[in-house]
Design a protein around this ligand. Structure first.
Ligand code: TYD
Ligand code: MG
Length: 455
């Protein structure tokens, strides 16, 4: 009897690179200790790859003669999500929503069909039973007539069912629980995840059904998860923040049909995720006047300006080596800013512990936050309170100069809208028409700033 041979191969759980033998370090992505062994089918078994090559029947054609109509977008009746996707979900696109367990992926993915009662939706659940989904739907307070719940994990069945039902939108929760017969390894393994995503992508492109795919990532980054899928799917949205807090941030990491680094803010309530359309209000908490170590920064995330509170604590170091710690901000950048303060403005911070925190669990990568970080550190160091109607937007250079940042005018407008009376910006930034009620103060370098602010 001819038995089918099965062999094993080693896959990197970070990037999906395949190798015939174990290696301590993945040669493709450079990560350590990420290779896992998996069974791969061999022999002449007909795999999807081989029939994809013969069945398409398409021919290359000139670009100019390709029939073009603007991409069709479907609104999800959720302003934050629609904006994040670039104005609704594009027909035939595959959207991946990633995040740590318990952050609210299943909640959001069920809220989408419940929020669009006019669409025929297919919700495939591999993690929860249909009853559990019903329970959650009751909790979320909606029951869409047109929403079909399908509790299944075998991809071949799901694809067949989707082709028959032809829904307007499909949700698959989650990629780690799905498996295909074309691959021998167990659900959640690198090859199964790749195969599942490839099958869903083919379904989306062939039928035009938009598919939302849920994927878990762990605290350490990703174990056989969304990272591998990033180049397969069209859009990657990732949940950020702390799953113990009430705010959930959803960031667009990749978007073939819109801009990246957009951010949507949700609040987890007893009835699911609520859109927060004005995040500044959550990021600058109301507190009584007179707190030192606090400065407000006018930052941009994608196309939307918002204000965020930067908190710093400077204290004498207990040990010989001072501690530097930052939450939501790059520690190396903090060290650089402290060195600039020491060298260019003469502040002795080398024997001080410095702790930095961005309010709301947000990660800030924009250099425009530098000025607020510097001011928060100095404010804590001198125990001097910066008045709560002042905010900052500027990058700090290595020679202590304050550099202009992009879209300064929009930041000024947002600050004015939220009732700030003064904003410190670089003296090189051109703000021509500042709105009424806010004074734009231009400063050229750190030393001048210290003289004007901490006098
Ligand atoms: P869930 O969406 O299942 O997370 P994930 O699919 O990402 O693992 O659940 C997120 C958490 O939110 C869970 O601990 C319960 C809580 N929750 C609420 O606070 N309110 C709600 O309305 C729902 C449905 C869940
Ligand atoms: Mg879930």
């Amino acid at each position: 009897m001819a038995t089918q041979k099965s062999k094993t191969s080693w896959f990197c759980t970070s990037c999906g690179n395949e190798s015939p033998k174990w290696m301590g370090r993945c040669p493709a992505c450079g990560e350590w200790n990420t290779m896992v062994e998996e069974t791969v089918a061999t022999g002449k078994k007909e795999g999807p790859k081989s029939n994809a090559a013969v069945s398409s029947g398409r021919k290359p054609e000139p670009l100019s003669s390709i029939d073009f109509s603007a991409e069709q977008r479907i609104s999800l009746n959720n302003a934050e999500l629609d904006r994040l996707l670039g104005g609704g979900i594009v027909e035939g696109s595959l959207v991946l929503i990633g995040g740590e367990p318990g952050i609210g992926k299943s909640t959001l993915s069920l809220q989408i069909p419940l929020g669009c009662p006019s669409l025929k939706t297919l919700y495939v659940t591999g993690e929860e039973s249909a009853k559990q989904v019903k329970l959650r739907a009751n909790r979320l307070g909606g029951s869409a007539e047109n929403c079909l719940i399908y509790s299944e994990t075998l991809m071949e069945n799901i694809i067949a069912e989707a082709k028959e039902i032809q829904p307007d939108l499909m949700v698959v929760d989650s990629v780690q629980t799905m498996f295909s017969q074309a691959v021998e390894s167990s659900p959640g393994s690198v090859s199964q995840i790749k195969e599942t995503a490839a099958q869903l992508l083919r379904l989306a492109k062939e039928t035009g059904i938009p598919v939302i795919l849920i994927g878990h990532i762990t605290k350490e980054g990703s174990i056989a998860g969304p990272k591998i899928l990033e180049h397969i799917v069209d859009v990657v949205l990732q949940f950020e923040g702390d799953n113990r807090g009430t705010y959930r941030l959803l960031r667009s990491i990749k978007n073939r049909f819109g801009s990246t680094s957009e951010l949507a803010v949700f609040e987890m309530t007893g009835k699911g995720l609520r859109e927060v359309s004005n995040p500044s209000e959550m990021l600058i908490p109301m507190h009584a006047e007179g707190l030192s170590g606090v400065a407000v920064s006018a930052t941009m995330d994608g196309t939307r300006p918002f204000l965020i509170e930067v908190q710093a604590l400077v204290s004498s170091a207990v040990y010989g080596t001072p501690q530097r710690s930052a939450t939501g901000f790059d520690v190396r950048r903090l060290n650089m800013l402290l060195a600039v303060l020491e060298k260019r403005a003469g502040f002795k911070l080398s024997m001080k512990d410095v702790f930095l925190n961005m309010a709301g669990g947000l990660k800030v990568t924009e250099p425009a936050c530098d000025l607020a970080v510097v001011c928060a550190v100095l404010s804590s160091n001198f125990d001097f309170c910066i008045p709560s109607d002042i905010c900052f937007a500027g990058e700090v250079g290595l020679s202590g100069e304050i550099r202009p940042v992009s879209q300064t005018e929009r930041r000024v407008m947002e600050a004015a809208r939220l009732g700030f009376k003064q904003i410190y910006v670089s003296s090189f930034s051109g703000v021509d028409n500042a709105p009424e009620g806010i004074k734009v103060i231009k400063v050229g370098d750190i030393a001048t700033l210290c003289r004007t602010l901490f006098k």
